[in-house]
Design a protein around this ligand. Sequence first.
Ligand code: ADP
Ligand code: MG
Length: 262
Amino acid sequence: MSEPILEMTDVSKRYRAAGGFGRGRKGFLAVDGVSLHVERGEALGLVGESGSGKSTLARMANGLVVPTSGTVRTDGQDIARLSRRGLRRLRRNVAMVFQDPLASLNPRQTVRQTLENVFRAHGETTSTAELAALLESVGPGADYLGRYPHEASGGQLQRVAVARALALKPALIIADEPTSALDVSVRAQILNLLADLQRDQGISFLHVSHDLAVIRLYSDRVAVMQRGRIVETGPSDEIFRSPQHPCTRALVEATPEAELPA
Ligand SMILES: Nc1ncnc2c1ncn2[C@@H]1O[C@H](COP(=O)(O)OP(=O)(O)O)[C@@H](O)[C@H]1O
Ligand SMILES: [Mg+2]
């Protein structure tokens, strides 16, 4: 019962060098022997500078990227050993929210079609009332069902992306820089929405950001990543108050004064 919703053990990812520019024939080790876990109901923040391997790690957590070595378990099951049915269940159980909602939604599909397709992909039907309720639970009114992505603001679109992630009642949501592409004015709203989902529905989060201020406010625990490795982990406030690793210190120092703890 108490096994973590996500457990990654000694996971590495080596990308093959495309054309071999400057990275040698062995390719590039984007993630280098990382172990981390997310407890049920927990929000783990993964923070690190750009290019440190956060997105690669996040994508390995739900099977979008296959590790070169190491094991990934969700709900106690090794995802490399899953049957087709098991993989489908994994996709239900672990949902993703990406950085850019406009890029992650099909421009030729209305919001209704986007949401319907999620149900259809898992052999389920749904009603207009259910779709409207789903959408309303994250903000946009039911009138958004008929809209195309270009007919909504970035903030509303990211709410649609959250609705899509929630459609099949996942246990874990992986949010990869979910507010980095949004106007500053709506960032807090989206982050609060995610925090509400964690609190009210007990959904676990792997929250990826280059911004430690965001991670600190919206995560119970933090893992700091640098050049493919986790260099420090701990409770958010502790990491912020007394960062041990130089990389963590640099991230804390890069945080605006106003967001430092009193
Ligand atoms: N598909 C890929 N092929 C080759 N290299 C990649 C690929 N995806 C990412 N990388 C490289 O791996 C490193 C880590 O990238 P990424 O996981 O996106 O980091 P982050 O999300 O922390 O910015 C970067 O140097 C990036 O250029
Ligand atoms: Mg990234």
